[in-house]
Design a binder for this molecule. Sequence first.
Ligand SMILES: Cc1cc2nc3c(=O)[nH]c(=O)nc-3n(C[C@H](O)[C@H](O)[C@H](O)COP(=O)(O)OP(=O)(O)OC[C@H]3O[C@@H](n4cnc5c(N)ncnc54)[C@H](O)[C@@H]3O)c2cc1C
Length: 420
Amino acid sequence: MPPPRIPQRAEVLVVGAGPGGSAAAAHAATAGHDVVLLDAATFPRDKTCGDGLTPRAVAELDHLGLGRFLDDRPRLDGLTLHGWGASQQIRWPSGRFPSFGSAVSRVELDEEIRALAVARGAHMVQGAKAVDVTMRDGRIADVVVDTAEGARTIAVRDVIVADGVRSGLGKALGREWHRDTAYGVAARAYVRSGRADDNWMGSHLELRGPDGALLPGYGWVFPLGGAGDNLLNVGVGALATAKRPAHMALRPVLEHYAHMVGEEWAIEGPPQRLTSALLPMGGAVSGVAGPNWMLIGDAAALVNPLNGEGIDYALEAGRLAVELLDDTARSPDHTTRWRDVLIGQYGLAFSAARRLAGLLTVPQAVPTLGRPGIRSAHLMSMVVRVMGNLITPDDADLVARAWRTAGRLSSQIDQRPPFR
Ligand SMILES: Cc1cc2nc3c(=O)[nH]c(=O)nc-3n(C[C@H](O)[C@H](O)[C@H](O)COP(=O)(O)OP(=O)(O)OC[C@H]3O[C@@H](n4cnc5c(N)ncnc54)[C@H](O)[C@@H]3O)c2cc1C
């Protein structure tokens, strides 16, 4: 393959072509900006993920113009929750979001969104890693890019940093990840299955290790359907905090979990392509913006602390960041404006969710709440709605009001509020 052509300048440079970066690039190109989308990897590439798309993510894909892409993908009506000898099948709540979710391997999903950005006019550079910046008057003047041909620089007006969980470029710009509130560790694998065309996501709230010990985590089974090679994405995740780090070895737990659900899910053969990763959550980073840069997606810890999903927030933040770019007439400095956008969109919900997630890391909290809770379909419907962050500012019912109040109270006592 010929070496990538590196442009010398870009109005908007987007670093990272995951869902966040590619969505941002697509929106920015549509809005008429000259966009360069840069990724260290060569696409299509894999990304460790559960591949689950909640109704929030489906809504955002629709917004991007990719709704049809999901037409031949699983249409997942809700979650089947298991634990302590009981099960509940809970539909996604009806309301502003679509009534279904889906699941698509990240090799395919990310390639689809990336291709959309390119089709809309973004210039894609693959196999080139952003490693540093040069600053002028407090703003990024150039981004230094490592390529097979050596270092190159791109002069920039604005930079959208979407370089994922480790966010090397974010770090160079002063981003710090704080682990005193809840974060996640999770592993996923793929298995072939006779039930890959199921219409429900499976979730086990009672997760046990090979020795039968109860673990502070959960398991999932997400069917990828016929278009997804009749595979299931099977995974396990655990919540942790700096005070209570998760010590479990994920590989044996995941292998045991896949074996445990094997009969129910008609699994054929052992788990393949097992990988694991950390998940920063609930906006637990500071330094999310500077005068001409904004962090989005995992780089800004935009992951729901109660279910580990971040594709939807990455997509949403890509759109919101471009809306802010288009509003630069009001102020050319993004530093506080972008942080305020994130706080306005996610601050209350993330504050309450990560407090609750932190509570779930306390030994015995999960069985104490889960054992009686899973016996009530009504309660579990509320749990699915709250855990999925599927409450909108327009919702005025009791659960929505109680959750917003919890968010307000939680933010008032946060030692370090989200995004600070
Ligand atoms: C085990 C696990 C299961 C999960 N399950 C789900 C789920 O089911 N549903 C869900 O919604 N979320 C899930 N998540 C979270 C989800 O994967 C992330 O929130 C999502 O990928 C964030 O997207 P992003 O665009 O911010 O970053 P990423 O998808 O990580 O993309 C970042 C991109 O940046 C590139 N990059 C990195 N550094 C540089 C650099 N210096 N220069 C150029 N390019 C660079 C990378 O190559 C990559 O392509 C899961 C996470 C884990 C770990």
